[in-house]
Design a protein around this ligand. Structure first.
Ligand code: GLU
Length: 467
């Protein structure tokens, strides 16, 4: 049997970390087993589904590089198929039209509640043979079995059993003719040949009803795997209150996809006490039986730690791609004037915590300096600093090679000659060429700025600070 999993988000909002974790586990299981991964957009709720949400889901999946083999399928494009199945169920007597009025259903509900019963449809229209006017509204209900139990062995939750007497006749088509969620999911999973349904445990209560539908369709019942929810730092259900929850917000905040994926895989899955997993390792080690039953807690510090790890250890080329995205968002479009992005990554990976911060700190290599950091100026531009800048300029102009080590050496020698600390040479220079009092080593910084621009910026700063 070839494994086939799917991720089936409802596009009613952005892809949040809980959804991304579900997508990751489904994707990993397919990749681990050499199976197939399907993406399906469950957009039947037309009022709450939006184009922006669909785009955000696709963009997030692409950014995380959770590639799908089939789809994206859209439920709204499958209405003919749902209708066909409904007609078949009607013809076989496995579904029926229900003409019960709202008033009748409400009255029934109230009476059941008064008697301390769980409200459920009483099957009034199951054997209704009366004539109805063609325009009389009706819904279509699934004829749920009366007897017996529905049982399944969930990969995470274990054995689950529900008596059929607890389940009522589910509406599969609304009075406006549209099919309902629990029905579409089953038809889709059946048609798409899904073997393993991996999803959030908010759907565990739907599963017995869905299993009865599978049986009515004569379909093989997939393996179910319901993932426990993710809690925030404070132990309550993860929500916007806890800060960023959407995948794209993590991108905006400067996290690498590798860090987020590594972080997500550990939310509810473990392999011994290993914390760092490359994509290849996740794929080879992932298994459904190592998924934990308990809810997992979100821990921003750990995500930060992983992000720092990947910023330092991934190939600079890879990190540079993400840096480029951030710089572009900050208005940089011409990269030809600045240094190689990989050189920025090499110099800044240890000094910054996020790509966002790295981009902010490296804007000075692409933009002209409009302003010198006032706090830095106050601290480092003192009497005599202009003279130091002038002497340093001469020293730098006379260097035969503009290599980082040669620059450092020459400036150190200059500090010695002037009998002042290196800070009094390096800091005014740093402010002159980056606008800020913090940057990599002065030689490395000058190399990133480039020889001509370094000299030009020092000259400009001399003019500026003279006044
Ligand atoms: N569309 C559902 C959701 O976004 C998922 C349904 C499923 O995975 O079966 O919660």
């Amino acid at each position: 049997m070839t494994v086939k999993t799917r991720f089936a988000p409802s596009p009613t909002g952005f892809l949040h970390v809980g959804g991304a974790r579900t997508a990751l586990f489904s994707w990993l299981y397919a990749r681990h087993t050499g199976g197939q991964f399907v993406l399906r957009i469950e957009d039947t709720d037309r009022e709450r589904s939006t184009k922006e949400a669909i785009d955000a889901i696709l963009e997030s999946m692409q950014w995380l590089d959770l590639n799908w083999d089939e789809g994206p399928y859209y439920q709204t494009q499958r209405f003919d198929r749902y209708r066909e199945v409904i007609n078949k169920l009607l013809a076989e007597g496995k579904a029926y039209k229900c003409y019960c009025s709202k008033e009748r259903l409400e009255k029934m509900r109230e009476e059941q509640m008064q008697h301390g019963l769980k409200p459920r449809y009483d099957g009034h229209c199951r054997n209704d043979h009366t004539e109805h006017a063609p325009d009389e509204p009706y819904v279509i209900r699934f004829r749920n079995p009366d007897e017996g139990v529905v049982a399944f062995d969930d990969m995470v939750k274990g054995h689950i059993e529900v008596s059929n007497s607890e389940l009522d006749d589910l509406i599969i088509q609304r009075s406006d003719g549209t099919p309902t969620y629990n029905f579409c999911v089953v038809v889709d999973d059946y048609d798409m040949g899904i073997t393993h349904v991996i999803r959030g445990d908010d759907h565990v209560n739907n599963t017995p009803r869905q299993i009865n539908l599978y049986k009515a369709l004569g379909a093989k019942i997939p393996v179910f795997c319901h993932l426990s929810m993710i809690l925030g730092d404070d132990g309550t259900k993860l929500s916007k209150r806890h800060g960023a929850v959407s995948v794209m917000q993590y991108r905006e905040d400067g996290y690498l996809p590798e860090a987020l994926l590594n972080y997500l895989v550990r939310l509810g899955w473990s392999h011994q006490d290993q914390e760092i997993f490359s994509r290849e390792e996740m794929i080879s080690l992932f298994s459904l039986d190592a998924i934990t039953k308990s809810a997992s807690g979100f821990n921003t510090k750990k995500l930060d730690w992983l992000n720092a790890h990947y910023m330092k250890t991934l190939p600079a080329q890879k990190v540079a791609q993400e840096l480029k995205w951030h710089l572009e968002r900050k208005g940089i479009s011409d990269f030809s004037k600045g240094p190689e992005l990989t050189d920025i990554v090499k110099n800044y990976a240890e000094r910054t915590h996020t790509l966002k911060e790295m981009a902010e700190k490296s804007l000075c290599y692409f933009n002209e300096i409009e302003e010198y950091d006032p706090a830095g100026v106050k601290k480092w531009i003192k009497e005599g600093s202009v003279e130091v800048l002038e002497t340093a300029l001469q020293t730098l102009e006379s260097l035969s090679t503009f290599e980082s080590s040669a620059i450092d050496e020459a400036l150190n020698a200059l500090a010695k000659k002037l009998d002042i600390g290196m800070g009094k040479v390096g800091q005014p220079l740093r402010i002159a060429i980056t606008g800020q009092a913090m940057s990599p080593g002065i030689g490395d910084t000058m190399m990133l700025v480039g020889r001509e621009r370094t000299l030009e910026r020092i000259r400009k700063a001399i003019e500026h600070f003279k006044n």
